[in-house]
Design a protein around this ligand. Sequence first.
Ligand code: FAD
Length: 322
Amino acid sequence: MNDLRTAPHDDAMHDAVVLGAGPAGLAAALALGRTHRDVVVLDSGRYRNDPTDAMHNVLGFDGVAPAEFRAAAHRTLAAYDTVELRRTTALDVAPLDPAAPADGFVVRTEDGDVTARRLLLATGVRDELPGTPGLAELFGTVAAHCPYCHGHEYSGTPVAILGAGPHSPRVAGLMERIASRVVVLADGAEVDPEVRAALDARGVAIRPEKVERLEPLALPGGHPGARAVLAGGAAEELGGVMVAPTLHQAAPFAAQLGLELRKSGCVAVDPTGRTSMPGVLAAGDLAHTADFPMPLASVTAAMAAGQMAAGAVDGDLLGLAH
Ligand SMILES: Cc1cc2nc3c(=O)[nH]c(=O)nc-3n(C[C@H](O)[C@H](O)[C@H](O)COP(=O)(O)OP(=O)(O)OC[C@H]3O[C@@H](n4cnc5c(N)ncnc54)[C@H](O)[C@@H]3O)c2cc1C
């Protein structure tokens, strides 16, 4: 990312510091730049969609490499003089005055401190995959977590859902028109009777065996695929494997600030991105409103949340409730 503008340590009180330069942080920066807010965006260079070469379901960027999308965003932001992108890792954050957090925040980074009146967290989440050997190497291509992101790419091939969790009937329902066949790999675990009934109702086969490993495989026609080797020696040849990673906050800042979290472990926000601490907003995969059990994790949703939170930053700085 050579196009990132860098600046030495500064003593300015910026209008806002945005922690994170994925879709949420970049969209927030654009909105803030357009209202001539003095905003510093910090980017440690690790993005959730790093494992994939192509993103999908992003209008205008379907099939485009995430790095290309970011490069386009950086070019857009370069037109706004009050937006500064810094490639650095933030280490910790704190209100300048814990008794009056809305007075401002200091962010300590590897390259000095940044001080700002508002703090927008957009640091995303990281995925913890099931421990199946071979899965990590396939994640982002043959293995995916979201049919909207990677699903159509498995068209006409057999697709497995790894794990018969509560999500599996829904994923099976989404994949059944796309795949030639859908099979659930219970991976040696008990299947909840309700889940089994829902899968049975869809006519989805369940294989009970433990999945010993996943191996890359070229399917007929050269389609990339995987062989799931099951305990006992049987195998499933697949064009796609759907998985359900466990999400963790990618950065410690919500915990450092003591922000209210949801059951999912994500930051609790209202529809404008405001958190439980005055002056701190959050947008993107790391946060969601009470209406959802987990973040609506997509590039477009993250951009929308970033834009919304930027509006809330402006509103706050103008002394408005909305
Ligand atoms: C394998 C995979 C494929 C995907 N494919 C798609 C797809 O095809 N289409 C789609 O819509 N969605 C896809 N997604 C989901 C999508 O990647 C996320 O929804 C989106 O990236 C969320 O954006 P974000 O801005 O919240 O976080 P991220 O994109 O994860 O950005 C986080 C930002 O925070 C920064 N950061 C973190 N910690 C620090 C720190 N300490 N200091 C400074 N900066 C920090 C990072 O460097 C980064 O800039 C995919 C996800 C995965 C895992």
